[in-house]
Design a protein around this ligand. Structure first.
Ligand SMILES: Nc1nc2c(c(=O)[nH]1)N[C@H]1C(S)=C(S)[C@@H](COP(=O)(O)O)O[C@H]1N2
Ligand SMILES: [Mo]
Length: 241
C-alpha cells in the first residue's frame, strides 16, 4: 500500500537511526502529503524556507525520502547558481542556470531506486546530458573518470568516463516536470538513471575530469562505484550477485 518500503536499518546510507524512527512516526502524515499536491507544494515551500533543518525529518513527498549528509545546505537561486567543468579538459567552463537551460534538454522517465529499498516508479527527470558538457569541454586523452562535487560541501560522486557518457546520465534541472526544489538537490542535481539513487548527487556544483576514479562519499564508506540497479546491491562489502 505504501509507495516505498521502510529501509532496512543496516543498509541505510545517510539516515541516522533516530531520524528513521521519527520518519516511521510521520509516515501516515507523509503519505497524506504525497496524495495532496497542494499540501505537498506547501510543504516544499516550508522546506525551502526552514532555517532549522527540521523539515529534513520529513520524507520528500511522492514516495521520496530526503537525504543529506550535510546538516544544512545553502540555498542557491537561479541567479547565484554556478556549475564548473574542469580537470583534464581543453576548455574549462562555468555554467549559469540560464546557460544550462539554453542547452538541448533530455527527458527520461525511469524508476528511482535507493539501495535501502524505497523506490519511486516512472519518475520524469529532465536536463542536459552530462556527455554534452564533457564534449563541450573537450576531454583530454588519458582521462578516465569524472568526479562530481556538491555545494553542500560534503557529498561527492564518481563515474567512469564511459558511464558518464551514457545517454541516460543527466545534469538534471527538472524532476517530475518541475524545476528541482532545494530538498531534491535543486537547482541542479546529477541523475544517473541506471544506478542506485546515491549516484545522483544533489546540489551539483562541480564536474572534474580525472585520470582515475576517485570514490565518492558513500563509496569511501563501502558502497559500490558501479552501482547498477539489480547488478549491485549497493554495498562493496556485501555479497554481489
Ligand atoms: N549532495 C547529496 N546528494 C545525495 C545525497 C546526499 O546526502 N547529499 N544522498 C543520496 C541518496 S543516498 C539518495 S537515496 C538520494 C535522495 O534524493 P532525494 O533527497 O531527492 O530523495 O540523493 C543522493 N544524493
Ligand atoms: Mo539512498
Amino acid at each position: 500500500m505504501t509507495p516505498h518500503q521502510e529501509p532496512p536499518p543496516e543498509r541505510e546510507p545517510g539516515a541516522p537511526v533516530g531520524r528513521r524512527v521519527i520518519l516511521g512516526m510521520l509516515g501516515a502524515a507523509a503519505l497524506g502529503m504525497a496524495a495532496a499536491p497542494a499540501l505537498q507544494t506547501a510543504f516544499e515551500d516550508v522546506a525551502q524556507k526552514d532555517p532549522t533543518g527540521l523539515t529534513d525529518l520529513f520524507p520528500n513527498g511522492g514516495g521520496f525520502r530526503y537525504y543529506s549528509v550535510a546538516a544544512s545546505v545553502p540555498h542557491k537561486s537561479a541567479q547565484d547558481y554556478r556549475l564548473t567543468v574542469d580537470g583534464l579538459v581543453d576548455t574549462p567552463a562555468t555554467y549559469t542556470l540560464a546557460d544550462l537551460r539554453a542547452q538541448p534538454q533530455t527527458r527520461l522517465v525511469r524508476d528511482v531506486q535507493c539501495v535501502t529499498g524505497w523506490r519511486v516508479p516512472g519518475t520524469p527527470f529532465e536536463g542536459v546530458r552530462l556527455s554534452r558538457l564533457l564534449d563541450a569541454a573537450g576531454v583530454r586523452p588519458g582521462a578516465k573518470a569524472v568526479r562530481l562535487t556538491c555545494f553542500d560541501g560534503a557529498y561527492s560522486e564518481s563515474l567512469t568516463l564511459q558511464q558518464a557518457r551514457r545517454a541516460d546520465v543527466l545534469v538534471a534541472l527538472k524532476m517530475r516536470d518541475k524545476d528541482l526544489g532545494h530538498s531534491h538537490g535543486g537547482p541542479v542535481r546529477l541523475y544517473v538513471a541506471p544506478m542506485y539513487f546515491y549516484k545522483s548527487a544533489k546540489w551539483l556544483s562541480g564536474i572534474t575530469v580525472t585520470d582515475q576514479v576517485e570514490p565518492g562519499y558513500w563509496e569511501e564508506r563501502g558502497y559500490d562505484v558501479d552501482a547498477w540497479v539489480g547488478k549491485s546491491n549497493g554495498r562493496g562489502d556485501a555479497p554481489t550477485s
